[in-house]
Structure formats: C-alpha cells, structure tokens
Design a protein around this ligand. Sequence first.
Ligand code: AMP
Length: 424
Amino acid sequence: MLYQTPRGTKDILPDESHKWQFIETRVRKIFHSFNFREIRTPVFEETEIFARGIGQTTDIVQKEMYTFTDRGGKSYTLRPEMTASAVRAYIQHHFSEVQPIQKWYYIASMFRQEKPQAGRLRQFHQFGAEIFGSPEPVADVEIIQLVMEIFLQFGLQQPTLKLNSVGCPKCRLSYKELLRKILRPVFDQLCPDCRARYDTNPLRILDCKRDSCHKLTEKVPGIETYLCEDCKSHFQEVKRALTTLSIPFDLDKRLVRGLDYYTRTAFEVVSSQLGSQDALAGGGRYDLLVKELGGPETPGVGFAAGIERLLMVLEKLHLPIGEMIKPEVYLVGLGNETSTTVREQALKLRRQGVICELDLLNRSLKAQMREANKRGARLAIIIGENELQKDVAILKDMAKGEQIELPLSEITEYVLNKLGKPGS
Ligand code: AMP
C-alpha cells in the first residue's frame, strides 16, 4: 500500500520550503517593524472556544471543524483560525490587567474540512495579527496599513482592499429587520443555507456565493445608512485616514463577517491573480469577542492572510520567492587519511556561516568533483594525501576553473573573502 497525505493537505518538500521560509522571514520582519510580537498557541483547543468564538451559525463551526474526543472524554478541535485562540490566551494570562494594549502576530497552520480546490486546502497556513485594547479607528488603520504594506513589500502592486462596516448589535438590529422584510417575498427562492441564515444571521445572505442568492440581494441597500452615530463616525474616520494615507479601497456592502460580535470595520484583500478563491486576507474589528469568551470588555481588531494564496500570486507574477540553498563550498577528500582534516576544515567554515558539503559515499576524486559541479558549489577545496603532508589544500574556483594552493590555516579567511561574507 502506498500511503498518501490526507485529502486537502500537502507536503512542503525540501525543494520548495525555501519559498515558505522567504515569506515567513519577510513577514516576520515587517511585523517586528510595526512592533507586533509573536504568539504561539496549541494547535488544538477546547471545542467550545471555537464554537463560541467563531459562532455557532458559521460554516466553520457547523461543517468544517476537525473535532475529536480525547481518551478523557473531552472535546477538542484543531484550530480553524487564530483569533479565538489569541483571545483565549489574552484572557487566560490576564493581559487586560497588565498592559491592555497588546499587538500580537502569528504564522501558523489552520485546519478546516472544506472541499479542496486550487487555493483551498484542509490544512493551510496563515499569517495574521491582532490588536487588543483600542476601540479607536487608528487601531483599524494600523492593521489595514500593516496588511497592505506586507503585500506591497512582496511586490504586489494592486491588491484590492474591500471595505465595509457591519456596525454594532444596536444598529444591526434594524438593518437585519430590513433585510428580512425585503427578502420575505423571495424566501422560497433562497438556497437552503440562506433560508437557515434568514432567521439566525440574515447579513450572511449578502455574501452567499450562489448567483441566485446574489441576484435576489442586488437591490438591498448597504448597511451604511443604518449605522448609529458612533459606528458611522468610526467608519468615516477609518475611511478618512486611509484616504489621507493613500491606501485606496472599494466599499463593498456584501462584505460581512457575519458574526454578532464582529463590529464596525470589516475588510478583505483580494487579488485578480487568484481564481474563484480570490481572497488573500480578511479581517475586521471584534469589540465583543473578549467578553463573549469570558474576559473583560476589550476591543480588538485583526487580520489573517493565506500563505498558499500569497505564494500562488507571487509565482503567477514571477515575483521573488527566495532561493533554494545550495553548497557554496564542496570539500573533496581522498580516502580515510584525509577525512578528519576535511571534516575539520568544513566545520571551521560552517561555523562562519559558509554552506559546506562533503562526500558521504567515499567516492573517487573525479566523482566528487562532478558532484561539486552538479550541486552548483562556487568553490571546491581539495585535500589529497600530498596536500595533507604539506598542510595545504587546493582551492578551485568552479566557474573559472582556476585553482591555487593555500596553507590550511588560511582557508577560512580566503573563502570568506572570496564569497564576500563577513563571517560570524
Ligand atoms: P478567513 O479566516 O476565512 O477570513 O481567512 C483568511 C485568509 O486565509 C483568506 O483570505 C485566505 O487567504 C486564507 N484561507 C482561508 N481558508 C483557506 C483554505 N481553506 N485554504 C487556503 N487558504 C485559506
């Protein structure tokens, strides 16, 4: 039997992991420049955290969670997203008492039992950030500027920022009533999911992907005119700040996060380079979530972006995605006599950060040189028995074919110079 990865999951093989490292390193650097610090949480949590945190009526909770009962009879779930876990950590470690403003980021795998397709997996990877403790529009702006800056620094010129406000429970109430009133006459034409949403969460009908539902909601007015004064001025301030910062956005009345504790700002970043799964990132404000999960009233705002999707766009646009590591120096030894010296020389160089490779198959000089060439090493260091006797090595520039003889004690300095490396 040939075992395979589970459906909707992928191996990241050694000849592509450099792309992931490239993205992670760059993203981490940008997070740090905005003074966000990393949070790592367990990959599974008590199921209730997600059920309450994401919302009972959502697709994630109803259809997509990987939930299991452990031997002690407790129900756990592999995290389908990070915000609920971050909120659990914020409450558990009493951050509101220590320093209520917390700026956290994460880079982690998520798990959702979705129908796999291009850009949609069952184990996928996200980077994202959360700001706890500020109700102010500047916090929304910091999050949006951060996510747009990340995409910009990867060379994406024009990902579209879609923006909306979903108000607060107070102003949403009258909007929900309006939606129900408009949709009542066409209720039977809604898809089964939307019929269920009609009572529980009519806002979600607006973002149903089915054409038929889309058509039925075409004429529905946006929530904006129904926002209460506070929500309206919050939204206006976010829009004003984005405009003055030259961060363009498209208002999108269909953009709803759909959960009762999501409040005010909702946004998504989409790319025309992606097919039907065109979202690169999504985020918004969740002022009621910390309280919902048992903590003190604490506002929050955050985003999450899909690494697989970003990678798809970078590859499509032929933008830089890092380079696979390859040996800079290949050390060629001859026989047992020289193997200790070769290995010592390699370690000296490796300690200076030089990528070294040496033969592990006791091959002939010719075979080792061929291998050095094949692996793309810039330099070969050859230590045969003659060289060993004289305490020297032959250094060969693989591209130019030139070679010189050097005392062993001078090799490290010479190699560092030749490679233009500072040494460590
Ligand atoms: P969400 O938490 O659903 O708003 O997702 C945030 C981002 O994660 C999306 O914009 C996608 O880029 C990415 N994403 C969500 N679900 C998946 C999935 N099943 N496979 C790959 N990427 C995903």
